[in-house]
Design a protein around this ligand. Structure first.
Ligand SMILES: [Zn+2]
Ligand SMILES: [Zn+2]
Length: 132
């Protein structure tokens, strides 16, 4: 079990048994995180629970997309975990974790969309979009 929280601490959660952990460089992830890429961890819905502040979570659903959105703390604006109903999983923005989850990112996706100024320097597998 590992836990995480937002910048101000109003929202906190715990989870276990990550099924995926990867870096996404798509433009939506870059926008929603305000960063070069998103470190996205996924757990099953049943392996996640809010510890506090679920009522402080604002839920933005990206229009005209199957499953993209951005959930964030309405107090401090930090990204927090969000449901991906189509896949029955919770996406956890790994920067929100307070503990070492014990797993490491396995690969990069949407490398074709990465920012021009971003230099990839690790040896992890790189996929132009989703892995086949
Ligand atoms: Zn907050
Ligand atoms: Zn993405």
């Amino acid at each position: 079990m590992f836990s995480g929280s937002c910048l101000c601490g109003a929202v906190a959660f715990e989870a276990e048994s990550p099924s995926e952990f990867r870096y996404c460089h798509c433009s939506r992830c870059r926008k929603s995180r305000g960063s070069a890429f998103a470190a996205n961890m996924f757990v099953r819905v049943g392996d996640f629970r809010w510890l506090r502040g679920e009522d402080q979570v604002s839920k933005f659903r990206m229009p005209n997309t199957q499953r993209f959105g951005n959930w964030f703390c309405r107090v401090c604006g930090s990204p927090v975990p969000r449901e991906v109903p189509a896949l029955n999983v919770i996406l956890i923005p790994a920067g929100s974790l307070d503990d070492d989850p014990g797993v490491r990112p396995g690969y990069h996706i949407f490398v074709n969309s990465k920012a021009a100024w971003e230099e990839l320097s690790d040896a992890l597998p790189r996929h132009s979009e989703y892995p086949n």
